[in-house]
Ligand binder design. Structure first.
Ligand SMILES: CSCC[C@H](NC=O)C(=O)N[C@@H](C)C(=O)O
Length: 681
């Protein structure tokens, strides 16, 4: 489809507003001031590096085509000599290890390890198929996962590799011991998981505190003599309720490496809020300095950092207050925890740090920007992070501790074609759903156009997400932020709704009753958002549309089924439509509320509402989707066809859930915009 021609003077097209540099994988060497990260500009992904004190941007790799092969696992060796990375796969998919081929290349795709000197640029050295690399403390070896087993290779420019050991099951979460002589790992064996230590080819695997549990997140003590880890309950026994919230118990345990014997250090409160935290990074367990164990818990209603002496005792709440923390990183010396949070600024993120042994939180980046993904540098004097505004997309930045001056890295990555100065600054809005719950959102109001404008409701996916008052740090939502800016430039009033189930607003907001397959209570927020939008003076209530992807595609389909009189058209991008796939298999011992669960599941499914669905819809799905089965869209469109409901389709061969190839993402964005403009302008 040719680039969409804008209908407003001083506008911009979809390609221009999606030409932003998208930065991920920000990482630092454990010593010195070296940084590395990936940059994706219109599908061309490369590794860039920078080094203090100037942090001048330098391109390290020279990939130059939009092949849809993501770069992940970026790691700098402890001595700062090597940068290693993984190319391929879709690490947002439920099965990250599957190679993907969004370019429909005629050769089989791979997930492969590359490495190259930090100093040089040029050709990366292809090491082998593999994923999740971890460089040894000496910097001479790299351990990685291939087919669920641990392999090692030398990091000396040679291409030599071997399987380090065999362990039945799927091995992951590998960590070198501080002395580099042993390897800690988690072995998942379907209904349970174990923590093991490999020492050498002559020694059996040492199992740490084996039990009938799910053990995970193991961390070495600084002296390598102990392990701390998370223990969670396994599933089994009397079937749980399918419709009521279920407590997820968890505890922190400490074990002696030599004996393998463990004991409980802390047990989470037996309350719903005390359940294992469904937050970015989960419990974020770290063995910090001063003999403290740091972790995240939602037990007080907000995801907060806690600290616990490894010798046992009462935890300290390090980050008290009504705000959510995420992107937790421990400093190289273990004395500080760095993180982002929405403290006193609900719809943004800023960088903070806190000592590991006292509740003395420091705000490092106040203001009206958005900062996230903090990475403390090995020099102990600098923190790097992503920095954005409503106009400027996320770029790497550094801050010298003690200074207030943010040093942006790589402004040159933003091309002249990018319409920064034409982007709207969205504003925070809130309103109530029909059950009285507060709903939040960001409103993009065009600066020109008719007095009664068409409007679009954007519904994010996840659903554990939060849209922000500026460029989002996630790839999927950077793209939708750009698309929302484009739609606003085309004269639409755009509202991005933060509905219940999302993060950033506390436990009760993220864990509402009767949500998803048990009644889709979150739809009340979408309905309220549509009604609020339609009631605005500057909006024509007959021209309100809706679009969303994944969980947002699900809610878009539900909205068109339930409220075609409110939503005049919609775009459902790889949504779920038939939720019966989430019901348990038939069992001789059914859940006590199975009949109710089936009833609620049906009512929560968009396919239950097809009789009311009259508004036109565009259905979009890639057929290599590793998150929402492609068949969900096949099933829906066949039902719509039967009902003679107006629909259009866009199918993207070999694309995943995350638009790995820019050309595909641009095609989707332009199709969304063209359909909504054609139906609502
Ligand atoms: C239960 S529907 C699956 C939704 C999906 N979640 C994970 O894959 C999703 O919304 N994905 C993207 C868009 C996201 O995680 O934000």
């Amino acid at each position: 489809m040719a680039g969409l021609q804008f209908s407003y003077a001083q506008g911009f097209d979809v390609e221009a507003v999606t030409s932003y540099p998208f930065v991920t994988e920000l990482t630092a060497a454990s010593t010195g001031s070296k940084l590395a990260f990936t940059v994706n500009v219109k599908g061309i992904r490369n590794i860039y590096v920078a080094e203090g004190p100037l942090f001048k941007l330098r391109k390290l790799t020279n990939f130059n085509t939009d092949e849809g092969q993501e770069l992940t696992g970026v790691t700098i060796s402890p001595d700062g000599k090597w940068v290693i990375f993984v190319r391929g796969g879709d690490h947002g998919a439920f099965d990250e290890s599957i190679p993907r081929n969004p370019s429909s290349a005629p050769v089989e795709p791979h997930v492969q390890l590359y490495y190259m000197p930090f100093k040089a640029g040029g050709q990366a050295i292809l090491l082998t198929d593999g994923d999740y690399p971890v460089i040894s403390p000496s910097g001479k070896q790299v351990a990685y996962i291939k087919n669920g087993q641990v392999w090692v290779s030398a990091l000396d420019g040679s291409v030599s590799m071997k399987r380090l050991f065999y362990s039945r099951g799927s091995v992951h979460s590998i960590q070198w011991s501080p002395d580099g002589n042993r390897l800690l790992f988690v072995n998942s064996r379907n209904d349970h998981s174990l923590i093991g230590i490999y020492t050498d080819s002559a020694s059996s695997i040492k199992w740490i505190d084996p039990s009938f549990s799910m053990d995970q997140s193991a961390r070495w003590s600084p002296d390598g003599k102990q392990i701390v880890f998370i223990r969670r309950a396994t599933r089994g026994g009397y079937p749980d309720s399918l419709t009521a919230p279920v407590y997820e118990p968890w505890s922190i345990r400490i074990a002696d490496v030599l004996s393998g014997k463990g004991k409980e250090l802390w047990k989470a409160p037996e309350t719903l809020q005390g359940s294992y935290p469904e937050t970015n990074g989960g419990a974020n367990l770290h063995w910090a300095a001063k003999g403290h164990i740091v972790y995240v818990s939602y037990q007080d209603g907000w995801p907060h950092l806690y600290s616990l002496p490894a010798s046992g005792g009462k935890p300290i709440l390090l980050t008290p207050g009504a705000f959510a923390i995420e992107h937790v990183k421990l400093s190289a010396d273990g004395n500080w925890v760095y993180f982002s949070a929405n403290k006193e600024d609900r719809d943004r993120r800023h960088i903070f740090r806190v000592p590991v042994d006292q509740a003395a939180m420091e705000t490092l980046t106040p203001g009206t920007g958005l900062e996230s993904n903090a990475v403390p540098l090995g020099d102990g004097k600098t923190v790097a992070f992503l920095s954005a505004t409503a106009q400027q997309p996320n770029l790497p930045a550094t801050l010298s501790l003690g200074s207030k001056q943010i040093n942006m890295i790589g402004k040159e990555l933003i091309t002249p074609a990018f319409p920064s100065q034409k982007l709207i600054t969205p504003k925070s809005v809130q309103f109530k759903a029909s059950d009285g719950k507060m709903v939040y959102g960001q409103l993009f109001e065009p600066t020109s156009g008719s007095s009664k404008k068409p409007a679009i409701l954007f519904v994010h996916g996840g659903p554990q997400r939060q849209m922000l008052l500026g460029w989002h740090f996630g790839d999927y939502y950077s793209n939708t932020y750009a698309l929302n800016q484009y739609l606003a430039s085309q004269g639409f009033v755009v509202l991005a709704v933060n509905y219940r189930l999302g993060v950033g607003y506390g436990y009760d907001f993220q864990n509402p009753l009767h949500s998803w397959t048990t009644g889709a209570s979150e739809y009340l927020d979408v309905e309220a958002a549509g009604k609020w939008l339609a009631s605005q003076d500057g909006v024509d209530p007959k021209r309100v549309g809706i679009y969303g992807g994944s969980y947002g595609g699900y809610l878009t389909a539900l909205a068109l089924g339930r409220d075609s009189k409110l939503f005049a058209a919609g775009v459902d991008i790889h949504g779920e439509h038939n939720l019966s796939t989430f019901l348990p298999a038939e069992s001789a011992e059914p859940a006590p509320d199975l009949a109710l669960a089936k009833k609620l599941n049906w009512q929560s499914s968009p396919i239950a509402w097809l009789d009311n669905w009259t508004s036109p819809v565009l259905i979009i799905h890639g057929d290599d989707d590793g998150n929402v089965p492609f068949h969900q869209s096949i099933d829906l469109l066949n039902r719509l066809k039967k009902k003679k409901t107006p629909f259009e389709t866009l199918m993207i061969p070999d694309e995943t859930h995350h638009w790995m190839k820019y050309k595909n993402m641009l095609q989707v964005d332009e199709a969304v915009a063209e359909f909504l403009i054609r139906k609502l302008k």
